[in-house]
Design a protein around this ligand. Structure first.
Ligand code: NAP
Length: 328
């Protein structure tokens, strides 16, 4: 396993990690969740990603039980939670958002569900335009001072919002966000490859990127447009519509599938290795509903030598979505 520093922080994260969205506490049994975590840990993965909203808190409960059962040394793994959406279907006003009350209460609840004394990373799952940024930054900083979290990050914030958080942190000598958790994959590039560049340069932000396979679209199973039962696309209609309903996207997936085949790779490995090539990616969060998927995905490191400059150019030619950088 390769380890990368989470931005300019000292924290070392495995270059691929394991997430629990849709799967833990919902799509898969607790036994499969355990097998996934054990497979991941034994392969050197040291970061497990979670959030209060995943399966309305059940995902954290399942992960917490597994971590307790496995009894791995606490200093060998990193666990995260995320706050914003709330842990129930129809959250009341202070059960959602980034007001100090919810940040603190959601942290306490996540610690209980995960059965840990501290969260290694705590993410603001979305920006909260109704809460002053000073309140948000102070709240995360105070949790660090109290020892309840070690690092904090943002998720799907604009570059301007992250910059504002850093400016406030600098002004008051507080600890600012260390990483952004953003979507990054072959079909979704602009934030990572253009908008966030000043954050990497000016603040040393790391990234824990999500949906590297675009919810499974960048695998060998959708290039002909068919959907198997109980897959992500089957379970989540809105994802299916955005993916399979977009003819241009599906045409690109088909071409990427052919390119991967010519390299004797599954498309999933080409897609994951492509993410790993970006030096601003600290860790690629993998998702899997089956152990064999995780095992296949872990082989993405072997695909890296096949991603020559020529192959990367072929990918860009297919995708036609490489962001154009401003020239001053
Ligand atoms: N911060 C945020 O807003 C945010 C948002 C989303 C996710 N995340 C985090 O990022 C993690 C990863 O995101 P993601 O789950 O969307 O990742 P993804 O890699 O894009 O999708 C994972 C899904 O693709 C399918 N899959 C994976 N490997 C496969 C393979 N080799 N062959 C065929 N199908 C395969 C599986 O679904 P099926 O078997 O059901 O098809 C799997 O659950 C999440 O678990 C979560 O921790 C964060």
């Amino acid at each position: 396993m390769e380890y990368r520093r989470l931005g300019k922080s000292g924290l070392q994260v495995s270059a691929v990690s394991l997430g629990s969205w849709v799967t833990f506490g919902h799509q898969i049994s607790d036994d499969v969740a355990e097998e996934l975590m054990v497979t991941a840990y034994e392969a050197g993965i040291n970061f497990f990603d979670n959030a209060e909203v995943y399966a309305h808190g059940k995902s954290e409960l399942v992960m917490g039980n597994i971590l307790k059962k496995m009894n791995w040394d606490r200093d060998t793994w990193i666990v995260s939670s995320k706050v914003f959406w709330g842990r129930c279907a129809n959250p009341k006003p202070n059960q959602k958002g980034l007001m100090r009350k919810h940040i603190v209460e959601a942290c306490h609840a996540a610690l209980q569900r995960l059965q840990v004394e501290y969260l290694d990373i705590y993410f603001a799952h979305r920006p909260d335009v109704n809460t002053p940024m000073e309140e948000v930054v102070w709240s995360f900083h105070n949790l660090i001072v109290q020892g309840k979290i070690l690092y904090w990050g943002t998720s799907e914030w604009t570059a301007q919002q992250v910059t504002e958080a850093h400016l406030i942190a600098e002004k008051h000598h507080l600890i600012g966000p260390v990483a952004e958790q953003n979507q990054y994959n072959m079909l979704h590039r602009t934030f990572m490859e253009r908008d966030y560049l000043p954050l990497f340069q000016n603040y040393g932000m790391g990234t824990t990127i999500w949906s590297p396979l675009s919810s499974g679209l960048l695998t060998d199973k959708y290039f002909d447009g068919s959907v198997n039962e109980k897959t992500r696309m089957d379970l989540m209609q809105w994802i299916k519509e955005r993916a399979l309903g977009d003819a241009d996207k599906m045409e690109k997936v088909k071409k990427l599938y052919e390119l991967a085949k010519s390299l004797q790779l599954p498309l999933s490995q080409l897609a994951l290795a492509w993410c790993l090539k970006n030096p601003n990616v600290s860790t690629v969060i993998l998702g899997a509903s089956k152990v064999h998927q995780l095992k296949e995905n872990l082989l993405c490191f072997d695909a890296l030598p096949k991603l020559t400059d020529g192959v990367m150019a072929q990918v860009d030619e297919i995708l036609q979505n490489k962001p154009v950088l401003p020239v001053y």
